[in-house]
Design a binder for this molecule. Structure first.
Ligand code: PLP
Length: 445
């Protein structure tokens, strides 16, 4: 009996025990090889066992692994903050508040937004506006912002009801419209929600530039974020981008919002920021937001023991340098275009495939029981679980997601391999997936 609790004790029995990783492959202790087709949880962007990152972690460990954030800063933490500042916006300065997980990054973003208004004497703006079909993390503040019904339901009495608007989910448009004749009703809904709640009560609006775990990769229509940004400005509401999944190159741009030329006031990063080498995440706070904080209490009212850990900062810095030195963001664009095309060519005609979509190497596949009417399976994610399990048996790891109208009842997976994947490895991934989905389709009858 394995005693480390992953999902369910009984399921632990089915999980292989990892032995080592190299490139896009992971190997278990019985010698079986797996393609890491999802970079774990869309995290190990550079693949496994990357010499340059390991070396820089070793070098840092030889100097110092831990200092407490209110006693010391460190060279890697300062260099990392400077690098992120340059990457996120050439025109405005951003400060980095380092944390250890995406949930901490979004929850800090929420607190910073509230604090920003308090520093200016406004104690009424305490709410965050968020969307359904979204995921911002598992801690109670982050979960309060998340429009992920399955993950909320057990804790509803402890959560704030922040999700108030629907997602820009063109495949299942809540307004039954088609882009562009819809005139971006999903963006206008943000304004309607602000009017209903009252702008006086809203500190910020949070969104994943491309929705990940909650919706099987949902790319908004062009113009959506420009409109939302304009609405936030007009009603004095901060715009928070949750780039935990989309940030640091995953979508073929350094940040997801870069696809639409929009900047956020606060940015949450995690996952690919340290590419899985150490737990590392950050809340980037713009000059506009920092100014009243610096002039007021002069401190962000949050923090964790491991914040800005030098070991984690060294790994994240090495990851950013590696991405730059190897032009990996361009590589993601090229590989992503190819992978999306090949997935569409091979899988689109299968009966249970509803939609294949994405940007860069963040690709979602949504499954349906009836293609013509986009009917979801409504079986508690059973089809997704079957597909993920069968793929693992055949040596391919993919990330289970959910989908469906309002994000309920539907099945989806995320394909998000490491940036360094080769064309022949893409072919291998697509061919295993094709076999798996065909087998499950037959099994479903
Ligand atoms: N935000 C987004 C967009 C995510 O995808 C996730 C995790 O899947 C989180 C936040 C939470 O990150 P973590 O699991 O590191 O706490």
């Amino acid at each position: 009996m394995k005693r480390s609790l992953l999902i369910k004790p009984t399921m632990n029995e089915q999980y292989p025990t990892v032995s080592y990783g190299k490139g896009i492959y992971l190997y278990d202790n019985k010698g079986k090889r797996y393609i890491d087709g999802s970079s774990g949880a869309v995290t190990a962007s550079l693949g496994h066992g990357v010499y340059e990152i390991i070396k820089s972690m070793q070098n840092q460990a030889n100097k110092v692994s831990f200092v407490y954030r209110s006693q010391f800063t460190s060279e890697p933490a300062e260099r990392l903050a400077e690098k992120l500042n340059k990457l996120v916006d050439a025109d405005e300065d951003y400060w980095s508040f380092f944390v250890n997980s995406g949930s901490e990054a979004t929850e800090t973003a929420m607190k910073v937004a509230i604090q920003y208004w308090q520093e200016q004497g406004n104690f009424k703006k305490q709410r965050i506006l968020s969307r359904w079909v979204s995921y911002h993390g598992i801690t109670l503040g982050a979960l309060s912002m998340s429009g992920h019904i399955n993950r909320r339901e057990r804790f509803v009495s402890l959560l704030e009801d922040y999700p108030s608007v629907t997602a820009p989910y063109c495949y299942r448009c809540s307004f039954d419209k088609t882009y562009p004749t819809c005139q971006l009703m999903c963006a206008h809904e943000v304004e309607a929600a602000i009017k209903r709640i009252g702008a006086d009560h809203i500190a910020g609006f949070i969104a994943e530039p491309i929705i990940g775990a909650a919706g099987g990769v949902i790319v908004p229509p062009d113009g959506y974020y420009q409109k939302v940004r304009e609405i936030c400005d007009r009603y004095n509401i901060l715009f928070i981008a949750d780039e935990v999944m989309t940030g640091i190159g995953r979508t073929g741009k350094m940040f997801g919002l870069d696809h639409w030329g929009v900047k956020a006031d606060i940015v949450a990063l995690g996952k690919g920021m340290s590419a899985g080498f150490t737990p590392m995440a950050a809340t980037l706070v713009s000059e506009k937001v920092m100014k009243p904080i610096l002039e007021g209490s002069n401190s962000i009212m949050s923090g964790h023991t491991y914040s800005a850990n030098p070991q984690s900062a060294a790994s994240a810095l090495a990851v950013l340098e590696y991405i730059e030195n190897n032009n990996l963001v361009d590589k993601v664009k090229e590989n992503g275009t190819y992978l999306l095309k090949r997935l569409k060519e091979e899988l689109s005609n299968l009966e249970i495939i509803g939609d294949i979509r994405g940007k860069g190497l963040m690709i979602g596949v949504e499954f349906v029981s009836d293609k013509n009417i986009k009917q979801s399976f409504h079986n508690n994610g059973a089809v997704t679980n079957k597909i993920v399990k069968k793929a693992r048996e055949k040596g391919l790891l993919i990330y289970p997601s959910s989908a469906g109208q309002d994000g309920v009842g539907g099945d989806a997976i995320i394909i998000s391999p490491p940036f360094i994947i080769l064309k022949e490895e893409i072919e291998e991934l697509v061919s295993i997936l094709m076999e798996v989905v065909s087998d499950i389709q037959k099994e479903l009858g």
